[in-house]
Design a protein around this ligand. Sequence first.
Ligand code: DLL
Length: 436
Amino acid sequence: MIWSREETYDREQIRTIQLKRLQETVNRAYHHTKHYKEAMDAIGVEPGDIQRLEDVRKLPFTVKDDFRKNYPFGLFAVPQREVVRYHASSGTTGKPTVVGYTRHDMEVWKELIARIVCQAGVTENDIAQVAFGYGLFTGAFGLHQGLEKVGAAVIPSSSGNTKKQIMLMQDFGTTALVATPSYGLHMAEIAREMGIDPAKDLKVRLGLFGGEGSTEAMRKELNEAWGMFATENYGMSELIGPGVAGECECLCGMHISEDHFLAEIIDPVTLEVLPPGSTGELVITPLSKEALPLLRYRTKDITSLHYEKCGCGRTTARMSKIQGRTDDMLIIGGVNVFPSQIEEVLLNTEGLGAHYVIKVTKQGYLSKIQIDVELSPDKMVDSFQALDALSKSTRARLKTVLGIDAKVNIVEPRTLQRFEGKATKVIDLREEADKQ
Ligand code: DLL
């Protein structure tokens, strides 16, 4: 089912709404935040200069550091009494990134999530278990509100306490699971440990995964483990939270709610805007936010945009799976590689499990990687020679497919750390190596 008629507007209608909302957003940002007044004045741009959609390119970019500089509320364009909700995303260092919503922002957010859960196949007959952590993270509350809006029954189980989650699924008859993909896989593993086959003994038919990247190989694992139809959605706290884009039943990219988000792809080095279909950094200007208007936010996420009409009937642009982030690209022996590309090779290797960690170290000036990957629980390896052969053949596949040389260390099933939220798949030991 298609939730809103805006999802099927023709390009001219979408562009008309986008321009009107872009002009409103630029006005709000310029007249109500010191940051944007200064940033626009510095490059000699005024709100009146935005006459066509393409004029967005005249506007300054916004980066995460602007949140840090304006912590906590410096980028807000409304007085505090108009804010009805705060969320925050934990940065790796220092203060969190704080975001806020007015009453109207909350209504828009619910509407956008309703679209996403509908396109993933959720109906009022579903019982949806939200296994994202409830709290400052936007994931849980975001999905929760939109699921209720479409009439699904929500179980706010939060993340963690996995055995209890499985018990709830069994007893309440959960039909849709909302989680990070890595936690989705872990939950299936715990269910099996409890003697429950998720594909046969549970009713979970839909998966709504997001908050971190996943490959097609991981989708396959999830589908097989749960006997489900796994879909993916994308979002980011600064932009709204979840609700920016999501997959429909055609699984051919994530539909962006373009009446609320203007998407561009740029070359992260030259900052030049790239034509449709090109791969680069996603830049988003949210078009309807009251509390926290942002201009041209650089997400650091690498993807591409596609505008052909989709088989589901929606006309909105689709973004391809996130390949990685500009800040998680590894350069190994001169070859650029994203962790997601390594994951694709590992998960497509017979005998290896779905859990791995990439350790980056340094030898002299060169980065080196070692991949610890679990043996598949179904794989019986009875000799050291067989293990060694699997490790060598995986190393050779990584070399052929990606052109990188990586040491592959195969470990016993269930020995690597599991995550209940976003998984840490890369450990960078380069700074430590420098100290030695
Ligand atoms: O993760 C919002 C969200 C929650 C989206 C739940 C979907 C579902 P942040 O914590 O601010 O917000 O993290 C945003 O997570 O820039 C991406 O790098 C990554 N990310 C989110 N969804 C996906 C996805 C939420 N489907 C950051 N694929 C983003 C790849 C994703 N990466």
